[in-house]
Design a protein around this ligand. Structure first.
Ligand code: DQA
Length: 138
């Protein structure tokens, strides 16, 4: 479960887009859902694109499926596209906000052709939907 740039600031960002949840609260919800779904999950967040990419590389051998919210990187970071591309596991893209109904530049996802599914605009529940998807498809 990889969360990208600025998502550590949840709780202080625009509540109309992201609600009031903090990253710690989000992660503890994810761990609770994982227990209920009998999934083993590791949550990580970084503001470093290089670190995010390293974690994508690590997933190649060690992971059955991945949920990613690359945040703003989604819209321009072809480096993340290329890191995800070789993975043979299902990758699910999640966004808290409905990126398709926000500014024009948020409507582009450079990872759309390397993900198996996408959930946007469902708030934290989008992560649960992604986990459910992986439970069924990984
Ligand atoms: C986001 C949407 C992105 O456009 C934005 O840059 C984010 C968060 C979301 O979860 O809604 O930081 O990925």
């Amino acid at each position: 479960m990889l969360n990208g740039v600025n998502l550590n600031m949840l709780g202080r960002r625009d509540p109309t887009q992201y609600g009031g949840i903090t990253i710690a609260e989000l992660e503890s919800r994810i761990y609770k859902w994982a227990r209920e779904m009998e999934l083993t999950v590791q949550c990580r967040q970084t503001n470093s694109e290089a670190e995010f990419i390293k974690w994508c590389h690590d997933a190649y051998d060690n992971t059955d499926g991945m949920v990613v919210n690359p945040a703003a990187w989604t819209h321009y970071a072809w480096s993340i596209h290329d890191a995800l591309e070789p993975l043979k596991i299902p990758v699910v893209e999640v966004h808290l906000s409905n990126v398709d109904e926000r500014e024009e530049w948020r409507r582009t996802s450079v990872i759309s052709d390397v993900v198996a599914a996408r959930f946007a605009g469902h708030g934290p529940d989008g992560y649960k939907m992604a986990m459910q998807y992986l439970k069924e498809h990984a």
